[in-house]
Design a protein around this ligand. Structure first.
Ligand SMILES: *[C@@H]1O[C@H](CO)[C@@H](O)[C@H](O)[C@H]1NC(C)=O
Ligand SMILES: *[C@@H]1O[C@H](CO)[C@@H](O)[C@H](O)[C@H]1NC(C)=O
Length: 93
């Protein structure tokens, strides 16, 4: 879980500054942390960014990593992401 979180923390402000909008990334994160979304659904939702087998496997692993977490961990993760959304990282947007 830790490397994934750090990766997101690093990627998030960059994504916001790029001006692409935060809502898409929020959606990607919400789906990752939603236990009702299967790996297949998750992969399908990111289809446009998956252009080879390695990426597809990485997406599956990421989603599986979230599916392996307890409800409590997922809930804590969501709280943490809310705090990040409300932090200065998104302010210039
Ligand atoms: C989780 O995903 C399901 C199925 O896509 C959706 O119906 C539900 O609203 C989602 N839950 C949250 C909290 O976003
Ligand atoms: C998820 O849990 C299963 C069963 O414990 C394990 O085999 C698998 O490697 C785990 N996957 C990830 C990505 O953590």
């Amino acid at each position: 879980m830790k490397p994934v979180t750090v990766l997101m923390l690093v990627a998030f402000p960059l994504y916001c500054y790029a001006g692409s909008g935060c809502s898409f990334l929020e959606e990607v994160i919400a789906k990752a942390a939603n236990a009702s979304v299967s790996t297949t659904e998750y992969r399908a939702s990111l289809e446009e960014f998956i252009n080879d087998e390695n990426t597809a496997n990485a997406v599956d692993k990421l989603k599986q990593c979230f599916l392996n977490q307890s409800v409590e961990t997922l809930s804590n993760f969501n709280v943490m992401m809310e705090i990040i959304y409300n932090s200065i990282f998104c302010e210039p947007f």
